[in-house]
Write a new protein. Structure first.
Length: 567
């Protein structure tokens, strides 16, 4: 393809009726004031969408527009262009055509970028227009830090040699930022944030060190390194989080804050002694990445309406249950954001405080100084609160104080580790909470799980295996064959997993007179029987199956998250 001619984006959009002359002049003035690219000013001002700009450029230049969400991008081809230039020019190589490359660019009118790409690829290029958002997503997933992490791990091995002495002096020296261990950890954090990992696992094994990331709820191996670097990594992390570097026999917990890819990240760290050394798990909490909203939770409309009504009640207890990592905190914080107002005094008691919420009094539990849940909760009751959030109902004392608060004019929100909504009131009674208190105070229980969503870029039809079909039949009956199912083939957009993102599936047991009477009886089986009738047809498993039928997730995924429930 010949070198493109320089054209003016604003004029193209005006010619094609997407922009008025007045809006163009306003945008040009804003561009001059801020120094931002004109296209970015158009999009951020809401004048046009990214897709409209891309299609307008393609039409004007008579070149194709490629929707990258539906294009099978091959990472080996993309990497023909170095990462720095791919990011700078917002350009990716899409096809090797033998004598030329097909290159997608967000701004094909950039002549300097065109010349640089031709020079780097040393071949003619055929241009296509692509949108910026998908381009950056593909660049993030393609140019992973895996090779860099392996190289830095090897450098650290060589730096340590055969000794493990004097790590502490290396870490706290003036040149700590240049130390191989610091560069390695920074690169690990960069990669983890880039792929939206929630946790980093550093695990010493026999003869090697494993580093794994939890992405969308599933662990993925990042790299394996020599065991000799394990002590240096753990020591550096302990120093950063203020833990005792001399104590290697007992578990320790801490936290620290870092900046990764210009984002503030809170890191919760847990160390545990294992057979081959100390294992470290770090939970990553990106502070400005989450805006909490009930609408974004994915609750069915009728359930959301009922949940909203419950959290606006003046008193009573609402519990959210599920295993670790099922999104309970997100649900509770979304509820707090909904009811947070100048007229409400809200106190949270958490271990730890995961996200900072403006206008809310958040207290972190500290067992080391006997500042436990029960003690903070008793103090909170003397602070004249309207709403109290208790991070977790951990023991009998906490449960009783929380239930009593719910009976005496406070709305109490909390979590509990149970498998489903029905077993939760029974669990509270098993913990030692009086039956009458549970029956009188509990408004509702929401149970939830997180389900991975199938990747939109590589989704394709799928025929369930006989075992999967038999499992589906438990919920769908004879209609199981009336539905189409999908799975993700695996592509560059989803790092080969077939999934991108997660959504919660819920069930809610709302207490009524019949359930309250049953909870007051000594025979817990009566309560369970009544609750099953009450919740029938609205279980977590049923809602997960609905997602598969709607072709938003796979049969394998709903079977994975449902394996804790009875058939």
């Amino acid at each position: 393809m010949s070198r493109p001619e320089k054209i003016r984006l604003g004029e193209i959009l005006v010619q094609q009726g997407l922009l008025t002359v007045a809006l163009l002049e306003t945008a040009l003035a804003e561009q001059k004031r801020s120094g931002r690219k004109l296209g970015r000013v158009f999009i951020e001002s809401g004048y046009v969408t990214e897709m409209q700009i891309s299609e307008a450029l393609a039409h004007q230049m008579k070149i194709p527009f490629i929707d990258l969400k539906r294009f099978d991008v091959k990472p080996d081809i993309v990497r023909k262009l170095p990462e720095a230039q791919a990011r700078r020019f917002r350009a990716i190589v899409l096809e090797d055509r033998g004598s030329s490359y097909l290159v997608g660019m967000t701004d094909p009118t950039d002549l300097f970028a065109y010349d640089e790409v031709v020079r780097l690829l040393m071949r003619d290029i055929d241009l296509a227009v692509v949108s910026e958002g998908p381009v950056l997503a593909i660049i993030d997933s393609t140019y992973r830090r895996t090779e860099q992490i392996s190289t830095l791990a090897q450098e650290l091995e060589q730096d340590l040699g055969d000794t493990t002495a004097n790590f502490a002096t290396i870490e706290v020296s003036q040149n700590a930022e240049e130390a191989p261990v610091v560069k390695l950890l920074q690169t690990i954090f960069d990669d983890a944030v880039q792929v939206k990992a929630s946790d980093i696992h550093i695990e010493p094994q026999e003869g090697k060190l494993k580093i794994r990331f939890r992405i969308d709820g599933v662990l993925h191996l990042q790299t394996e390194a020599d065991m000799r670097i394990a002590t240096a990594l753990v020591l550096r992390l302990k120093l950063t989080s203020g833990l005792d570097i001399s104590e290697k026999r007992l578990p320790q917990d801490g936290r620290f804050a870092i900046k990764v890819r210009q984002l503030p990240v809170d890191v919760r760290i847990s160390t545990m002694p294992t057979q081959y050394g100390e294992s470290v798990v770090m939970r990553l909490l990106i502070q400005n990445a989450t805006s909490f909203s009930l609408e974004k939770l994915g609750m069915p409309p009728e359930m959301l309406k009922r949940f909203r009504q419950l959290i606006h009640r003046p008193n009573g207890m609402v519990l959210v249950t599920g295993p670790t990592g099922s999104g309970k905190t997100t649900t509770l914080y979304a509820a707090l954001s909904e009811i947070n107002s100048p007229g409400n005094k809200i106190i949270t008691v958490e271990d730890p405080v995961e996200y900072r919420l403006p206008g809310i009094n958040q207290v972190q539990v500290n067992e080391k100084i006997d500042l436990d849940f029960a003690r903070v909760l008793r103090a909170a009751m003397r602070q004249d609160p309207d709403i109290i959030l208790v991070g977790e109902m951990r023991d009998q004392e906490t449960a009783q104080i929380g239930l009593r608060a719910a009976m005496t004019g406070h709305l109490v929100l909390s979590t509990l580790h149970t498998n489903d909504a029905i077993s939760t009131p029974v669990r509270l009674i098993d913990m030692g909470a009086p039956r009458f208190m549970v029956a009188m105070s509990l408004l509702a229980v929401v149970a939830q799980r997180l389900v991975r969503l199938v990747c939109a870029s590589c989704v394709e039809p799928y025929v369930p295996l006989p075992a999967e079909r038999a499992w589906l039949k438990l919920e769908l009956g004879d209609t199981v064959n009336n539905h189409a199912y999908v799975h993700g083939r695996g592509c560059s957009q989803c790092n080969g997993s077939g999934y991108v993102g997660r959504i919660a599936v819920y069930e809610m047991l709302e207490m009524n007179t019949e359930l309250t009477d049953a909870a007051n009886q000594h025979d817990t089986s009566l309560f369970i029987k009544v609750a099953r009738v009450h919740i029938a047809g609205n279980t977590i498993r049923k809602n997960a199956v609905d997602l598969a039928v709607a072709r938003r997730t796979t049969v394998a995924e709903i079977m994975r998250i449902s394996n804790q429930f009875e058939d």
